[in-house]
Design a protein around this ligand. Structure first.
Ligand code: ADP
Ligand code: ZN
Length: 777
């Protein structure tokens, strides 16, 4: 107990970040090092007494100090050290940076970095897969069978009795099946070569089972070659950051692969981030397929706790040479000194930003991690974020490399922009048509010619408004707890044929039979993927949902497995049309896609979010890029109510540079990121008045800290608000925001740190702090 500890026996002091978020600042708590833990190091996982009862609480050592900085007599000692679970020192440094930069308690940050399974030490899954040896070709001269103990014989019999679909079998499971208390008898069998034992993780095994793309292009294009050389030359020269701006189909993945080859050949580790690995199985398959002799640790949200732990250990114990995963793979516990390269594919993708604390951006953390590790980071995209473009071309903190041609054999698709309003007037009937005449006839032509089709509509459900059919009544169905309309979803199993759902709090309601205000009929307005699906079937009866046509959105796909299966069937040609939300816009590479239809390019364009145009550009340009990967160039048809909008014209022309120049000029004029840095603080409270008051107080305090600028100067820091958020209530909680803009990241950080220290900013349940926000609703 702490009272029995003699402070004079302390051999030093440490700062420990405990996992419970008691510490609001990134520095952790101070403890004494008892003599028996003299070799404590940064990254070690320890237990420390916390609070009045000295509850042993897990945490990580984040710093060693020679002095306590406080009265040593009052400092408690570290209770114990956990044998496993230490983190590389660089990862701890990264955590401290995140805690400080993204205004999150260090304990909460560390919880994010280490998978829960690692902390609970669950699922120490054995990685040995046991099987029967493949029959030897010289079956004529079999070796005499070795003598087996009864236990060994039993295990062997069990393996022989297993159907082929259940082999190989995991070592411990086999022991269980054979009723053995230890795995020793089976290990003997492996030693005697009666059985084989392969060390492979279950996650890798899953990938290996899938058809992997092992094709190696005969030669790199001159563009690819140049970039591989240029980035390759900087691999061993310390930190460097690169932006690979390559149009869709220009062979960016091949550039990544060649660089990874150099890194693993040098005994170093490459970390590859992809937006959501479940959604980009082709990229994953290509990486794993091209490195059959290297171990690849795969980290993503679709893993079981045990699998996650296992993959994490593969990275931590230095077995894996390549780590592949979504956002959180940036925290792969690669041993210090081994990281050689970090790649962020599709760096513009919004899924790199975590939408809960710590609200970090995977790409920006990757750059920071590369800085700490002194290695190379490569960001790649056909539609770079305005931030990365700015960093590359204005600040010159990234080196830019371009691939402006598609690889030989790939063609640039022909893009047609269709005025949706004009097309609607052409129709004589009064029905709602989401597929206009141009897209309809192109669909018919493509189906007749045996081609495949992608149809994009970035909105799920059937209709996004339910309203009174009489506009003079004006009743609109809204969620009881959110400032949002209810979305209608079809469900054939329900007697009413469908239900209503709020897309913010997930609450469901029944479809009303009549307008609750005036009793007239209710009408469904607006569009959704289900409505497109219905219309496609109506117009092309050969398209049957679940057979020749598949809808891909978060309602129809339950996890990665579903999606992989759909992609397999699409690849086989069984499915002719894939219809869906942005899930189908990412990274698909299928040669028979001959038509891409964008049902409505405007879904995001008018949102009160300054990134709306950027997102519209990315979506249209990315989905268009899925076309033209086979024999013909393919066609893209973009339906829009705003055919003259510059973002639509430029996306149709695939003129990224034209777009980004226009967009950057606009951001500069309005003093928006990346020309300024921004933090958004959202106050949430079930009580409206209290919400408003807290926000008011926060804004005033921040303004007070900033001080008044000289009358002739533009202020370096501006505090905007408070104001209700665009979605002013979610799940019964009112939302008000205060936005802070600063000329530089350093100025913004200085203000936020001062505000945290002064207790003005207290991130928690009632206050969400988002630094460099990307969603502003
Ligand atoms: P991106 O990631 O830029 O969209 P990919 O890397 O997916 O492009 O490449 C598109 C296709 O071109 C892939 O099928 C890939 O195998 C092929 N490819 C890549 N490089 C070459 C090359 N040098 N020669 C021929 N084909 C290539
Ligand atoms: Zn709701």
């Amino acid at each position: 107990m702490a009272t029995l500890f003699d402070p004079d026996t302390a051999v030093g002091f440490v700062r420990v970040a405990v996992e419970r978020g008691v510490d609001h600042l990134p520095d952790g708590l101070t403890y004494a090092i008892p003599a028996d833990l003299g070799d404590l190091a940064v990254g070690d996982r320890v237990r420390v007494p916390l609070g009045r009862g000295d509850t042993p609480t897990p945490g990580y050592v984040i710093e060693l100090c020679s002095t306590a900085g406080l009265d040593p007599a009052r400092i408690k000692p570290v209770a114990s050290r956990d044998a496993s679970g230490a983190l590389p020192g660089q990862l701890l440094e990264l955590a401290r940076w995140i805690s400080s930069y993204y205004c999150t308690p260090i304990g909460m940050t560390l919880s994010t970095i280490t998978p829960a399974a690692v902390k609970r030490r669950v699922g120490m899954v054995s990685r040995t897969l046991v099987d029967l040896p493949s029959p030897s070709p010289e079956a004529s001269s079999p070796e005499p069978p070795p003598r087996l103990s009864p236990k060994q014989q039993k295990a062997l019999d069990i393996v022989r009795a297993l159907p082929p679909s259940e082999r190989p079998v995991e070592l411990r499971r086999l022991a269980e099946l054979a009723g053995l208390r230890t795995t020793e008898p089976i290990k003997r069998l492996i030693e005697k070569a009666v059985l084989t034992g392969t060390v492979r993780s279950t996650v890798e095994a899953t990938w290996v089972e899938q058809a992997l793309d092992r094709t190696v292009p005969a030669r790199l294009t001159p563009g690819q070659q140049q970039i591989v050389e240029a980035v390759g030359a900087e691999l061993w020269t310390g930190f460097s950051a690169h932006l690979l701006f390559g149009v869709t189909g220009s062979g960016k993945t091949e550039v990544y692969i060649r660089l990874i080859e150099q890194v693993v050949a040098a005994g170093r580790v490459a970390v590859v981030l992809v937006p959501e690995i479940a959604l980009t199985p082709q990229t994953g398959g290509r990486l794993i397929g091209r490195f059959p002799n290297h171990r690849v640790a795969v980290l993503h949200s679709g893993l079981t706790a045990a699998q996650r732990h296992q993959q994490w250990l593969l990275a931590a114990d230095g077995t894996a040479d390549i780590v592949l995963g979504a956002r959180s793979a940036v925290f792969a516990p690669v041993p210090d000194g081994r990281l050689g390269l970090i790649i962020v594919d599709e760096e513009h993708d919004g899924s790199y930003k975590q939408d809960q604390a710590p609200r970090y951006h995977g790409r920006d953390v990757a750059v920071r991690r590369a800085q700490l590790a002194g290695c190379t980071v490569l960001l790649g995209s056909a539609t770079p974020s305005v931030e990365s473009w700015f960093n590359a071309t204005v600040r010159h903190s990234y080196r830019i490399h371009r691939l402006d041609q598609r690889v030989p054999g790939l063609r640039v698709p022909r893009v047609t922009v269709v005025d949706f309003a004009a097309e609607r007037r052409l129709r004589r009937d009064r029905r709602v048509h989401l597929i206009g005449p141009t897209l309809e006839s192109a669909t018919a032509d493509t189906l007749r010619a045996g081609g495949q089709i992608l149809m994009l509509l970035n909105r799920r459900g059937y209709a996004n408004y339910i309203a009174c059919s009489d506009h003079r009544c004006g009743w609109l169905m809204c969620c009881d707890d959110c400032d949002a309309t209810m979305v209608y979803h079809l469900d054939r199993q329900l007697p009413t044929g469908g239900y209503l759902q709020c897309h913010h709090c997930e609450a469901q309601q029944r479809m009303p039979e009549a307008c609750p205000v005036c009793g007239r009929r209710v009408t469904k307005f607006g569009l959704g993927t289900q409505r497109v699906e219905q219309e496609l079937h109506h117009k092309f009866p050969q398209l049957v949902e679940g057979e020749t046509m598949m809808r891909v959105d978060s309602d129809s796909m339950h996890g990665a497995r579903d999606f992989h299966e759909v992609l397999r069937r699409f690849g086989d040609g069984e499915i002719r049309v894939l219809l869906g939300t942005q899930m189908i816009a990412k990274g698909l590479d299928f040669p028979r896609i001959q038509l891409v239809g964008v049902i409505n390019a405007d879904t995001a364009i008018n949102l009160p979010d300054f990134r709306a145009t950027e997102r519209t550009y990315q979506l249209v340009s990315q989905v268009a890029g899925r076309c033209g990967r086979g024999s013909g160039p393919g066609r893209v048809i973009v339906q829009t109510f705003q055919p003259q909008a510059p973002v639509i014209r430029l996306a149709a022309a695939d003129d990224y540079e034209g777009f980004v120049k226009l967009e950057a000029a606009e951001r500069q004029r309005c003093r928006l990121p990346p020309y300024t840095r921004m933090a958004r603080i959202v106050i949430r409270d079930s009580d409206y008045a209290r919400c408003r008051e807290t926000a008011q107080l926060l804004a005033e305090s921040l303004r007070g800290m900033v001080g008044r600028p000289r009358p002739d100067a533009t202020p370096a820091i501006r505090v905007r608000g408070p104001a209700p958020c665009p979605i002013s209530r979610i799940a019964g909680r009112h939302r008000h925001q205060v936005e802070v803009f600063a000329d530089t990241a350093a100025e913004l950080q200085a203000l936020l740190t001062a505000a945290r220290t002064a207790g003005v900013v207290r991130p928690g349940a009632g206050m969400a702090v988002d630094v460099d926000p990307i969603a502003l609703m």
